[in-house]
Design a protein around this ligand. Structure first.
Ligand SMILES: [Mg+2]
Length: 363
């Protein structure tokens, strides 16, 4: 990059087309920040997406504005990356800016982002490895009423989504009825249950409630503040593998958790880990260890969805369906999302991120 390259930041607020119901509430809209980087004529977008239940925290916006000013003052690619690699930078802010810079670099190199990620010097362990053109995904189910949820599950299965993730919460009786309805409708579907930390008070009660429905795995039953020993004790009692999501904040943390037996697999989110490059660094470690993992987005707009899909497409030894079928929650969006066909997201052959949204029209 050179002096005079462009960095811009805009807040967005998107209405959801249906409520996003999960253990931390019910969201009707999504707020975040859209980042744009222009290197010469090459454009890259990225997204800063706080957890959906937090709206747009002022401290995140201020942190992002500070990074924007600092990046506008640098005159080399090395200086930009040194700024983004500062340890004190929050992961979601870093994710937005690092994605925009990587996407612009990919566009400048005339490569789709996933091919750039396995060619660039930031990810030496991936250099020379191939990237996929399609990503297998799981369907996401959040409806409250069991009958509605089951109907929805059947629709998704008919569209080719044979792995389904059901958001659960603290109401074990209601959630057991919801999961039972889906299991009755789809006896052979792989069902993932995501507790989003809601079962901390008595995980065994929840495990007993859901065991009859043979989950493929349970995601993050306990709060992320639980110790590795507490998580491991719960995982030993679970009726299926436990995957850690909210706990999985950095490789050093993940390694400690895996060594303690706290989980059988890991959910990687670029927003939580700090961007596509950091996510892939962790994926390389998990692949070397033989630990199963999935890559999911954080209910981001199409910009973040593209970034996460590109990251998954470049990830080594990624064998499980990823959590990327979230575009349908958006009534309007910042760009066209990747097409979902027969349970797979189809990625771009054009240079860059794949989401060439209308910057002028950001709501
Ligand atoms: Mg989760």
């Amino acid at each position: 990059m050179r002096c005079g390259d462009v960095w811009e930041l805009r807040p967005y607020r998107l209405a959801l087309s249906e409520p996003y119901r999960w253990a931390k509430g019910e969201n009707a809209q999504r707020q975040g920040l859209l980042v744009r980087c222009v290197l010469g004529g090459a454009v890259g977008f990225g997204e800063v997406a706080p957890p959906p239940n937090l709206g747009m925290p002022l401290e995140v916006r201020r942190a992002a504005e500070a990074v924007l000013l600092a990046l506008r003052a640098v005159c080399s690619r090395e200086a930009a990356w040194a700024l983004l690699d500062a340890p004190e930078l929050g992961s979601r802010v870093r994710c937005g800016f690092a994605t925009a810079l990587l996407a612009a670099e990919a566009a400048a190199a005339a490569l789709p982002l996933r091919h750039y990620l396995v060619a660039c010097d930031r990810l030496e362990a991936l250099q020379g490895k191939g990237a996929r053109d399609k990503i297998l995904v799981n369907g996401l189910l959040t409806d409250r009423e069991p009958a509605t949820l089951a109907r929805h599950a059947e629709t998704l299965a008919a569209e080719g989504l044979t792995t389904l993730k059901i958001k659960c919460g603290a109401d074990d009786a209601l959630d057991a009825a919801r999961v039972a309805a889906v299991r009755a409708a789809l006896p052979s579907a792989a069902l993932r249950l995501d507790a989003n930390e809601a079962w901390s008070a008595d995980p065994l009660r929840y495990f007993r409630a859901f065991a009859p429905f043979k989950p493929a795995y349970i995601e993050q039953p306990l709060n992320a503040s639980a110790t590795p020993g507490e998580l491991a004790a719960a995982a030993r009692e679970a009726p299926c593998p436990v995957f850690l999501d909210e706990s999985a904040s950095a490789w050093t943390v993940i390694e400690t958790l895996l060594d303690a037996g706290a989980g059988a697999g890991i959910v990687l989110k670029p927003q939580r880990l700090g961007g596509p490059d950091r996510t892939l660094s962790v994926a390389v470690q998990l692949a070397a260890r033989g630990t199963p993992y999935v890559i999911t987005n954080s209910l981001e707009s199409a910009v973040g969805l593209w970034a996460t899909a590109q990251t998954a497409a470049a990830a080594p030894a990624l064998a499980l369906p990823c959590g990327l079928a979230t575009a349908r929650y958006f009534g309007s969006d910042l760009a066209a999302p990747p097409k979902l066909v027969s349970g797979e997201l189809l990625l771009n052959q054009t240079p860059g991120l794949g989401a060439e949204g209308s910057w002028e029209g950001v709501p």
